[in-house]
Design a protein around this ligand. Structure first.
Ligand code: SF4
Length: 221
């Protein structure tokens, strides 16, 4: 298990990657992790006990406030994620989970155990979603928004919607209006807006700071 400990606004966060091999429901062309297995079925990694032992050691030797499950892929597909979350909760620690959002509703019993959950919007029109995020067959942007909306309706924790603004993908007026309508539907507790900052993709998808600020204002209005 890869991990990192850092301070976030006075809180000590333990960020963990549960996936020794990438598994995700998408195969985004701008994925920083690279290629991997595309699936939405639970995958048996056979390392749950080792992860829990390592976590126990880290938690016992550091003063951690929050464990952030931010994996290289879709962590909900790790066969031991429920056991791992329950172990962290048994240590009286808060858990935050990053997901791309598509299967949050399908695996809501697991995601509901977390104190905070992040879902994502990148491409917003169907053609770009298929071309750039290359999801599992029959996945649609309409269902991504529906799945996050249904998840949020029944979730009692804090749901954060992460939006990445990408040049020539979703920074035009029509796309921004569609993102705003998705926000109105999902009703997240918090919105986080990012721009592409991976050096490999910045030339194609990056936007200037002043445009980014205008977009942030519009999406948060
Ligand atoms: S959703 Fe995230 S992890 Fe999955 S392929 Fe896209 S960028 Fe990579």
């Amino acid at each position: 298990m890869e991990y990192q400990i850092y301070n976030d606004n006075g809180k000590t966060v333990l960020k963990i990657n549960l996936l020794q091999q990438k598994i995700c429901t998408y195969d985004c062309i701008f994925c920083s992790v690279g290629r991997g297995l595309k699936s939405d079925e639970i995958y048996n990694f056979n390392d749950t006990n080792d992860i829990i032992k390592e976590l126990e050691n880290i938690i016992n030797t550091n003063s951690i406030d929050l464990v952030f499950i931010n994996s290289k892929g879709e962590a909900l597909l790790h066969s031991g994620i429920k056991e791992i979350i329950l172990f962290i909760k048994s240590k009286n620690l808060k858990v935050k989970l990053l997901s791309n959002g598509y299967i949050l509703y399908k695996y809501k019993e697991i995601a509901n155990l977390c104190d905070e959950v992040i879902g994502e919007i990148k491409a917003i029109n169907e053609a770009d979603f298929q071309k750039l995020q290359r999801p599992i067959e029959n996945y649609t942007i309409e269902n991504l928004i529906k799945n996050m909306t249904e998840f949020k309706k029944q979730y009692s924790g804090k749901f954060i919607l992460n939006i990445t603004v990408l040049n020539s993908v979703n920074n035009d007026e029509k796309s921004l209006n569609e993102i705003m309508s998705a926000i109105n539907e999902i009703k997240p507790d918090k919105i986080d807006i990012e721009k592409e900052d991976d050096i490999r993709f910045i030339k194609k998808y990056g936007i200037y700071e002043n445009e980014f600020n205008v977009i942030c204002k519009k999406l948060c209005s």
